[in-house]
Design a protein. Structure first.
Length: 205
């Protein structure tokens, strides 16, 4: 038998409760969390369970806002408010991000979705989550996906080698080619962006 601790909101709603949690985290309330019963991590997991409940109820606006607040807080490598070596690795970010991008697809036009995608790229830095591209490929319709790809291609033309956060624009196009089993397309992208993609990097098709 397991004893499961239940959490209740202390603010008016989930989003405001998360806002208060983030303020507390930024003032150092959960520093060295692993030394003090991991209460911060337990709260984080409880929040994600609550957000998923909103997502399952198709309350996409609430789920979208709350997923973004929590994930963007935890993805910031510049600030480690909980002092775990890799707090992201302790959570199911692949699922969270898939749900988050479905919320975006349900609520945004293609240009808005693209801007949200760029914001995600800037915050995630060194992390790579397959579910993001897979979710976009699976849930955007034909013309919408074609428009999104066009926006990615245009932005990719402007990135420089030192724009590390934006390198995933190239990998978005590679992942799309992989999903189509387009070996020639992958080779073309590797040749076009040699400063970003290693031509010897193995890509399974």
């Amino acid at each position: 038998m397991k004893i499961i601790k239940t959490y209740k909101l202390s603010e008016q709603n989930l989003e405001k409760d998360i806002d208060q949690f983030i303020r507390n985290a930024k003032t150092g309330e959960y520093q060295y969390d692993y030394k003090y019963g991991m209460e911060g991590l337990k709260l984080i997991k409880a929040y994600f369970r609550m957000i998923e409940e909103e997502y399952k109820k198709q309350n996409y606006q609430i789920a979208r806002a709350c997923y973004k607040k929590m994930m963007f807080l935890l993805l910031q490598s510049e600030y480690n408010y909980f002092n775990y070596e890799d707090i992201v690795g302790k959570l199911n970010f692949e699922k969270f991000l898939a749900n988050y991008f479905i919320c975006l697809i349900k609520q945004c036009n293609v240009e808005e979705l693209f801007m949200e995608y760029l914001e995600y790229l800037k915050i995630k830095e060194d992390y790579y989550f397959e579910s993001v591209h897979e979710t976009i490929f699976a849930n955007l319709g034909g013309e919408s996906l074609a428009f999104f790809v066009n926006l990615v291609e245009k932005k990719a033309e402007t990135i420089k080698e030192e724009d590390y956060a934006m390198h995933d624009l190239i990998y978005f196009l590679i992942d799309l080619a992989k999903s189509k089993k387009d070996k020639a397309g992958i080779d073309q992208l590797c040749s076009k962006y040699p400063q970003i993609v290693d031509e010897d990097e193995p890509f399974e098709v």
